[in-house]
Design a protein around this ligand. Structure first.
Ligand code: BG6
Length: 295
């Protein structure tokens, strides 16, 4: 950690509940520890990498191979894709998933609120300001607030690219997206429609479900729990698992780790990109909770 960040530590520390510390590879992060949960959020990309409510196993997946350094996206947790998702619409040299998941954000506020420890991080692009408000408690809430700071309309995409930790990918299912239209990124972006059965995984899966504001539930019998993913200000939901070959191709991901994770991403993509008039703001919010199932 640089001296200037260390100097900030005392300003933001909240008694025993939150401290600004050097994390993996000495990268600065906030560590949360309360009766309700433990958590961790890096300044790099404002990426939450850990949240574990009391009485449960960790809910977020972060790869054992993740790389922690400025300029590199953290493989796991909740990377923020903004102001575009996937490839840039016109510039093939632009980075995948936008500009802010690989840059250090400013830690601007911490507080003890009614629902847990609140952390605010901010980054400014030329024409847009992004604030990430995260609440670590018995639930986890991640809220991306984007404001148009320019004097013309601005259009952007968002995704809270959430990686979930699960027991066995072959046994999990996701409900909530029945009958939704999706863009299949593995079939030339064909538009298809989910049938009335829950999503299950038997191969690489990379889909952008469109025009859905539904809550999704990740049913995980191997861990005897379900994870509930509620959202606001989001009309797209991405479901992703790299499966065997893509897992092998990803340098910062273990070959077998596809068995213990999937992404359910709270997003606004393609026809659901957001356009803001000067001075206006938009919120993309995900709220995550977990329930044990088996007795
Ligand atoms: C998902 C995309 O959101 O992110 C996938 O739908 C992509 O296509 C995945 O492979 C991981 O992206 P990256 O840039 O972090 O390797």
């Amino acid at each position: 950690m640089t001296d200037s960040i260390l100097a900030q530590a005392e300003e933001f520390n909240l008694l025993d509940a939150l401290s600004l510390v050097p994390g993996a590879s000495e990268q600065p992060c906030v560590e949360i520890s309360t009766a309700a949960c433990t958590g961790r959020q890096y300044l790099n990309g404002a990426t939450v990498t850990h949240w574990q409510p009391a009485g449960h196993d960790p809910v977020l997946f972060t790869s054992s191979q993740a790389v922690f350094r400025a300029g590199k996206a953290i493989r796991g947790g909740v990377p923020i894709c903004f102001p575009w998702f996937g490839g840039h619409p016109t510039d093939p040299d632009a980075p995948s998933h936008g500009l802010v998941r690989t840059t250090p954000w400013n830690l601007t506020q911490t507080a003890l609120g009614p629902d847990g420890v609140e952390v605010e991080m901010v980054t400014n692009l030329d024409q847009l300001r992004a604030e990430l408000h995260t609440t670590f408690g018995q639930n986890l809430a991640v809220r991306l607030l984007v404001t148009n700071t320019s004097d013309s309309d601005q259009t952007f995409e968002t995704a809270l690219h959430t990686y979930f930790n699960l027991g066995d990918i072959q046994q999990v299912s996701i409900t909530g997206l029945e009958h939704a239209e999706f863009i299949d990124q593995l079939q030339n972006n064909q538009r298809l429609t989910q049938d009335d059965t829950p999503i299950s995984f038997t191969a690489e899966t990379d889909r952008i479900y469109q025009n859905t504001e539904a809550t999704c539930v990740l049913h995980d019998p191997a861990m005897s729990r379900r994870i509930i993913v509620e959202k606001l200000g989001s009309k797209s939901t991405v479901v992703w698992n790299p499966w065997i070959e893509k897992a092998q191709r990803l340098a910062d991901f273990g070959d077998d780790e596809y068995r213990g994770m999937c992404c359910i991403e709270t997003a606004n993509i393609a026809e659901h990109a957001v356009t803001l008039a000067p001075g206006d703001s938009h919120t993309t919010l995900v709220k995550i909770s977990v329930e044990n199932t088996a007795g």
